[in-house]
Design a protein around this ligand. Structure first.
Ligand code: BTN
Length: 357
């Protein structure tokens, strides 16, 4: 009777799985496998059932499982029984994330996407935010046309997309408010976790989050605007967080860090939920600029010497970071070059800055 009851539950889940949108047909083997295993989380599924349902050879299944393991998923296999997705803390799950949400929004969780920002641009936007979350990105994008390394299993790649009620001039504030929100979310998740407490996330203007002198998060905000009304049709806030040490290229290892050195020491699901809660709360209050004081106190470059890099200027101009202006710009005083002694307010998009160590 128990076996019949268990099999009927499995059949119901398989039916649910098969009712998922047609996009499964175009998905990579490992993503199809991930959908099947995660819709049956905690239960073993036999290799034969997987092979029949996904119309795959046993060899392709084995390759897909190996690839998911490389993405950081913990998959148990038992001879003659099958495969099971385990390790809740390291598995991104929509069900777990929405349990911790305190704000209305629609959430989608994917294993691999090209870029959550690009995916968001194809969605029909409404005032109810859509949140797209991925375990891995194959074409993650950063600021100034750069790419953003997005390895699986160790990071969190998340885009919040919505049609906001405010105008274009507020868009610089959005990135700043999101940066403060991510810092708060990191602190909440680390708080009272003996393995990682005491983390002090700080901001490098305008949108990089650092812990212990290494970048752990970048934010790319994009907007589609309506020229006639001056309103933003869609606002796309892409947040990439290195949670645990990941498979990054050597040239990034010097500058990129992670929130925790110990993989699985906190739940990426909880962090995703807190980032969504804090960011949407801040966006609701963007007009009153209440995030600005906290932004300044977390912005560790103020008072320090930096290098201002106008686009395509590799050498950079030495300057001192003085303050954050009311409009969110960075006020600097040049200490060398043709503008020596002059102050200027820099705005995002035009420049990047580097710390002088
Ligand atoms: C940067 O540091 O230059 C910004 C990085 C932004 C990365 C995030 S990850 C989620 C979203 N999708 C993307 O392709 N980019 C953003």
């Amino acid at each position: 009777y128990l076996i019949m009851w268990k099999s009927s539950r499995l059949i119901v889940r398989l039916i649910n799985f098969l009712n998922l949108p047609k996009m499964h047909k175009k998905m990579a083997t490992k993503d199809k496998l991930f959908e099947l295993l995660s819709s049956n989380a905690d239960e073993f599924i036999s290799g034969q059932i997987i092979a029949d349902e996904l119309k795959l050879s046993r060899n392709s299944i084995w390759k897909g499982i190996t690839s998911l393991k490389k993405d950081g998923y913990i998959i148990e296999s038992k001879p003659h029984i099958g495969y099971r997705l385990a390790g809740e803390s390291n598995l991104l799950s929509k069900e777990i994330i929405i349990k911790d949400l305190r704000v209305p929004c629609t959430v989608e969780v994917h294993n691999t996407v090209t870029s959550t920002n690009d995916m968001a641009k194809k969605k029909a936007m409404s005032h109810k935010p859509i949140v797209l979350i991925a375990n891995r990105q194959s074409n993650g994008r950063g600021r100034l046309g750069r790419s953003f390394e997005s390895p699986g299993g160790t990071g969190l790649y998340l885009t919040i997309a919505l049609k906001p009620g405010f105008s274009l001039e507020k868009s610089l504030y959005v990135t700043m408010a999101a940066a403060v929100s991510v810092c708060r979310a990191i602190e909440k998740v680390c708080d009272r976790n003996p393995q990682i407490n005491g983390k002090n996330p700080q901001i490098k203007w305008v949108n990089d989050i650092f812990i212990e002198n290494k970048k752990v998060c970048g934010i790319l905000t994009e907007a589609q605007t309506n020229f006639e009304t001056g309103q933003i049709d869609s606002l796309i806030i892409g947040i990439g967080v290195n949670c645990f040490p990941g498979n990054l290229p050597n040239e990034l290892k010097e500058i990129a860090g992670s929130i925790s050195e110990k993989t699985g020491s906190f739940s990426r699901n909880r962090l995703a939920a807190e980032i969504i809660n804090e960011t949407l709360k801040s966006l609701d209050r963007i007009e009153d600029k209440s995030f600005l004081t906290e932004y300044k106190s977390r912005c560790f470059i103020l008072g320090h010497e930096i290098k201002v890099h106008p686009q395509y200027d590799k050498s950079g101009i030495p300057a001192k970071a003085l303050d954050i202006a009311e409009d969110g710009g960075l006020i600097v005083e040049y200490i060398d070059g043709t503008k020596k002694g002059e102050t200027e307010t820099l705005h995002t998009g035009e420049i990047s800055i580097r710390l002088t160590r």
